[in-house]
Design a protein. Structure first.
Length: 561
């Protein structure tokens, strides 16, 4: 690279490094003036998992308000401070607006201000009996038949239950067993006289009095007692607090945006602009490696904290699908004259991390596994393999979108470049077929060993089979001479629809082992995605004379003559 190219390259990489540094740099917020670090990393048991108090605070506040902090009089109150206020049953806890209500009819029914979406516990207290009555009525209706008003009432009732449980100290379970394997965790309400209970009460009193010395002393005694009973928990809890605060997946999302911008602009200007295109593409590769490292650290932390393989629920599958695409895209770019693999994989990684972010709004994303799925071996084989099958099928589909967009609206796919991109899509489809087939068979073997049947026509099983069938259709049509580069690209886009339905849509049906419940937002966004892919398929089927890369057709015809 010449001097100008090097300057462009280093400037682009520097932007990403500044983003990482500013993101991970510790941020202080105006608060009580108390050091709550030791309190935040205190291990407790909640919803069947041992986790730091910080995670309980964040997941609870997320469930109530959709955020991990709350603003009070212009000051940002962190989740751990809010939780301590709730434990103390303080006036602050009652007046903080942490209950999110969006449905106008719910607000009208409860006599709340329609211009606002967040309300305090004090504002809801006069309507508690009405909320309970409405929730009871909604519970009598089949989940699929509930309207948005009824679902909002049920959610509000659940949020009030969580808040009241925290205020009553019935959750989380703070008191650990005397030794590993000797018993169960207990709430402070049923462990009166225990050292941990007494220190917990003293800590809350110290927090109420804003007594720094008392807070530090009681936290130290509490930590020492827990460490003597459950060695190793404090260290793991501290790492989870760091993971919560680092928010690595949103950071990776931002880096993937830079990768897409650098890579796509670099590809478009690869043959002009004084070599800037080459510098931008190299910057995209370097930033892509940084994004992959951040993404990998986040994934590895989840594996460590859960003690499970990377995919255990819908949230973790979204994180993993995006992660798996990136190294595959990088390897593709080393073997083709049309380096769009990393650009395409950055789109998938960004999109799936956004999906994961929205899925994480309901609270803790590392819940206990269902007993019927509690098998690390099959989670590490069947689930991982089939999820990489999703990744590669999506990658083929995004490359198909690139083929159509570049072919119709630019001249970048004229001649051999169109053939090269078509071959790349074909190669990814071959890989996706192998992975999705092996993953589906492994799932059948797991089902046979667990329930005595290989196939049960579960919606998720059928969706997995549809992915295999879709990829096989592409391959057989290609081998039979029915389609060439454009046909592969268009059918690969159709593969996006099948994969999205198999991965996400079947979970929303409310039927089968893999169902995670119906949500309006999921149906809406899946519908939007499917419609967008159908539009792109329609554009891809336009006559070749309407494509700006029109000479691609003649080049392909000449090469196959």
């Amino acid at each position: 690279m010449n001097t100008t190219q090097r300057m462009v390259y280093f400037a682009c990489v520097a932007i990403s490094l500044v983003l990482i540094a500013s993101w991970l740099w510790p941020h202080s917020s105006a608060g009580t003036g108390l050091n709550l670090e030791n309190v935040a990393s205190m291990p407790v048991s909640d919803d069947g998992r041992v986790k730091p108090l910080d995670t309980v605070a964040r997941s609870s506040l997320l469930l109530l308000s959709g955020k991990q902090s709350v603003k009070v009089d212009g000051r940002r109150v962190e989740a751990i401070e809010w939780l301590l206020e709730v434990f103390a049953r303080s006036q602050n806890a009652i007046t903080m607006r942490v209950f999110r209500i969006d449905h106008p009819d719910v607000k009208a029914q409860l006599g709340l201000d329609d211009a606002r979406n967040t309300f305090s516990y004090g504002e809801l207290m006069p309507s508690v009996s009405e909320i309970s009555r409405q929730a009871s009525l909604a519970n009598q209706i089949t989940p699929k038949k509930r309207d948005p008003y009824q679902r909002q009432m049920l959610l509000l009732h659940r949020r009030l239950f969580v808040f009241n449980s925290l205020a009553a100290l019935s959750k989380p379970y703070v008191v650990p067993p005397r030794s590993i394997g000797s018993g169960e965790w207990a709430p402070v309400t049923s462990a009166q006289g225990d050292t941990v209970t007494e220190q917990f009460k003293a800590l809350i009193a110290g927090f109420q009095a804003r007594d720094h010395a008392t807070l530090e002393l009681t936290a130290a005694i509490w930590r020492a007692e827990i460490d003597s009973r459950q060695p190793g928990l404090l260290s793991k809890a501290s790492k989870e607090v760091w993971f919560n605060r680092a928010r690595l997946f949103p950071l990776a999302s931002g880096l993937y945006v830079l990768v897409f911008l650098y890579g796509s602009i670099g590809f478009i200007f690869s043959e002009s602009s004084g070599g800037w295109g080459l510098a931008l593409r190299r910057a995209a590769t370097s930033v892509g490696l940084l994004a992959l490292v951040v993404h990998t650290v986040g994934l590895a932390m989840r594996i460590y904290l859960q003690g499970r393989p990377p995919v255990t629920n819908l949230y973790s599958s979204a994180v993993f699908i995006g992660w798996a695409c990136v190294p595959i895209g990088m390897m593709m770019d080393k073997r083709t004259s049309v380096p769009l693999g990393l650009v395409a994989s950055s789109v998938i990684a960004f999109a799936t991390l956004i999906v994961a972010h929205n899925l994480g709004g309901s609270g803790d994303t590392m819940q206990m596994m269902q007993a019927v799925l509690d098998s690390n071996f099959w989670l590490a084989t069947h689930v991982v393999v089939i999820t990489i099958g999703y990744s590669t099928t999506f990658l083929a589909g995004i490359l198909g979108l690139a083929f159509v967009l570049l072919g119709v609206f630019t001249k970048r796919l004229e001649g051999a470049k169109g053939q090269a991109l078509g071959r790349s899509i074909y190669g990814v489809v071959c890989f996706a077929t192998l992975l999705s087939f092996v993953g589906t068979v492994l799932g059948g073997i797991w089902a046979d060993q667990s329930w005595g049947r290989f196939w049960g026509w579960d919606p998720k099983e059928n969706g997995a089979a549809l992915i295999v069938v879709m990829n096989l259709i592409i391959l057989h049509a290609r081998w039979g001479g029915m389609i060439r580069q454009r046909g592969i690209a268009v059918l690969a886009i159709a593969g996006n629809i099948v994969t999205a339905w198999s991965w996400f849509g079947t979970n929303m049906l409310g039927v089968g082992l893999h169902s995670y419940g119906f949500t309006d937002s999921a149906v809406f966004w899946i519908s939007v995605f499917i419609l967008s892919q159908l539009v792109m398929i329609g554009i891809g089927l336009l006559p070749m004379r309407l494509w700006r890369s029109g000479t691609m057709q003649r080049a392909v015809a000449a090469s196959t003559a």
